[in-house]
Design a protein around this ligand. Structure first.
Ligand code: GDP
Ligand code: GDP
Length: 462
């Protein structure tokens, strides 16, 4: 069992000090003066009975000849790519700085699995800063002191269940795959769809605002009270998961302890609990956005759904508490209308009604999840795509900025999970966004690809 932990954060927060503590040898160079050149270092870390690889991403010092952001980005991104878990360190004595926010942003965009630690928290000088770190939206900051060895037991308790999880899955959060642009690439170069199996369960997240009924739904699917009472709950701040068999399909349901625990505390914490829930999205292939049918499509719901789309996950929207609805046909029409108007980026995504309480509609939800997963993995043959492209450009030609018509010459699918297409064209910088949307919507309709984000990449070809 092993995993890789990257320690990231801006200079001087104590990354190397923590690295040294975890590795136990004075391997890393600790220096107060910024500017000492260092790079990514790896060491074998021990914490209690945990053994793992730790990467120190110090070396983000400001160099005059290099932009801080550029260098920070490169090194952090490299560390994140190599790691299963990122320990994001901020300085509790200084509080949150703009540089910290840049890091938080990198971690978010990289789909990193993040533990947040406010270092130098010994004594009382760090309390305000540690509280401030909540604002990074990465969950509850752990208070540690790398120099004095404080908070290491807490770090252990956070890492332990995650380590077990990695041991069980041996993979990290699922990143959206990068696009390889290759002239010769065709549909045969993309792996064919493999339906979920016991060895490769479908990765599912159920997200939604507090009280939408997430716990009730997950418990119903699990058919037991494991989620609320399980030993995992409350220990880890990051996503946890349970494996289950949902109507014959092996699935792993991702959830966050924080999402359940904090939801009920008070209104002020509501935002944080949603931020926590969003983290589960990064582990998911399919995301169920759960709405409370009494108050559907409120701002928070829209944010959550949009996040799932931006992260490139397959999306199923489920309207819960359907048992409370008297006029079901009218309500369904109303929901569909609101869905189309408010979430155009998820056009064609399934909208199903369920009652987590009674279990009604769970079969429909199951079918929608499977379908969305398949569509998310769908490959469209190149020949079909190009026939379709000619028809689309004929029906509605691209504009001719400055009298020179944009030509869309050739199209091929470059990836799945979610589907991504490369279109070779002239004057790609002049192609209006609306034209891209026209193509995306067309792909959805023609190839029955509702419920998945679709990416189109225009590439220049004179
Ligand atoms: P890095 O640039 O993030 O790797 O930071 P370093 O590990 O080099 O630490 C920067 C400075 O913070 C050094 O002077 C450390 O001694 C100090 N430092 C590290 N951890 C702590 C801590 O827990 N408490 C206090 N007070 N200082 C610390
Ligand atoms: P969570 O915060 O999203 O995990 O929501 P919970 O699962 O804790 O549910 C919040 C409240 O809604 C609880 O009182 C549930 O009993 C209730 N609830 C959940 N699902 C349903 C449903 O399908 N119908 C009805 N009538 N109530 C529900």
């Amino acid at each position: 069992m092993s995993f890789t932990l990257a320690i990231v954060g801006r200079p001087n927060v104590g990354k190397s000090t923590l690295f040294n503590r975890l590795v136990g040898k004075r391997l890393a160079l600790v220096d107060d003066t910024p500017g000492v050149t260092r790079d990514l270092r790896e060491g074998d870390a021990r914490l209690g009975d945990l053994r793992f690889i730790v990467i120190d991403s110090a070396g983000l010092e400001l160099a005059e000849d290099d932009s801080l952001q550029g260098r920070m980005r490169r090194l952090t991104e490299r560390a994140v790519e190599e790691a299963d878990i990122c320990l994001f360190v901020v300085d509790a004595r200084v509080g949150v700085t703009p540089a910290d926010e840049i890091f938080a942003d990198i971690l978010r965009r990289k789909n990193a699995n993040v533990i947040l630690a406010a270092n130098k928290a010994e004594g009382s000088a760090g309390e305000a800063g540690a509280l401030e770190a909540w604002s990074l939206g990465l969950g509850e900051p752990m208070q540690i002191s790398a120099e004095h060895g404080l908070g290491m037991d807490e770090l252990y308790h956070v890492l332990r269940p995650m380590a077990d999880e990695f041991a069980a899955r041996n993979v990290a959060a699922i990143p959206e795959t990068d696009v390889v642009i290759d002239e010769e690439l065709g549909e045969d170069d993309i792996p064919a769809y493999i339906p979920p199996s016991a060895a490769k369960p479908l990765q599912l997240a159920v997200i939604g605002r507090p009280n939408a009924g997430k716990s009730t739904l997950i418990n119903k699917i699990l058919n037991e009270d494991r989620l609320l009472t399980g030993p995992e709950a409350g220990i880890t701040r990051d996503a946890i998961s349970v494996k289950t068999d949902y109507m014959g399909t092996p699935m792993r349901i991702w959830d966050t302890a924080g999402m359940r625990k904090k939801a009920r505390v008070n209104e002020k914490l509501e935002k944080l609990s949603v931020a926590d829930g969003l983290r589960a999205v990064r582990f998911a292939e399919v995301v169920v956005v759960l709405l409370d049918v009494n108050i559907p499509f409120e701002t928070q719901d829209l944010r959550i759904a949009d996040f799932a789309e931006t992260e490139g996950r397959a999306v199923v929207v489920a309207a819960n508490k359907w048992d409370l609805e008297d006029d079901k046909p009218a309500k369904l029409l109303e929901l569909r209308e609101a869905f189309e108007r408010l979430l155009p980026q998820l056009k064609g995504a399934p909208l199903v009604t369920v009652s987590a309480k009674t279990g009604k509609g769970l079969d429909r939800l199951h079918a929608a999840i499977l379908k969305a997963h398949e569509v998310w993995n769908r490959r469209v043959p190149t020949a079909k795509l190009n026939n379709w492209l000619s028809a689309m450009t004929e029906a509605h030609p691209p504009p001719a900025p400055g009298g020179r018509r944009i030509k869309l010459r050739y199209m091929t699918q470059a990836k799945t999970r979610p589907p991504g297409f490369v279109v070779k064209a002239t004057h790609t910088d002049k192609i209006p966004e609306a034209y891209g949307r026209y193509l995306v919507n067309g792909l959805r309709e023609t190839f029955d690809m509702g419920g998945t984000p679709i990416r189109i990449y225009f590439r220049d070809q004179g």
